[in-house]
Design a protein. Sequence first.
Length: 89
Amino acid sequence: MMQEFCYEIVKNPEIFKENVLPAHSDHRFYATEEEREEGKSRFCSSLNGLWKFHYARNYATAPKDFWREDFDCRNWEEIRVPAHIQLEG
């Protein structure tokens, strides 16, 4: 028999989730059996390092065509990844 919904939970701002597991992904993909045996997949890449960065308040103020592969971002600042942009200056 299903329990009736408890409206007291909705009224309590301290409760924002109940019976929820944290988001995660446990999928691993390998191109070959050899990669799987070694535990190293060509489908995984580290994103750590220096990244070019430009802050725009919204899409309208973003540089035109910034998403194109031939876009010149040499004058942009660099930030470390992983990091938080506010701590990177």
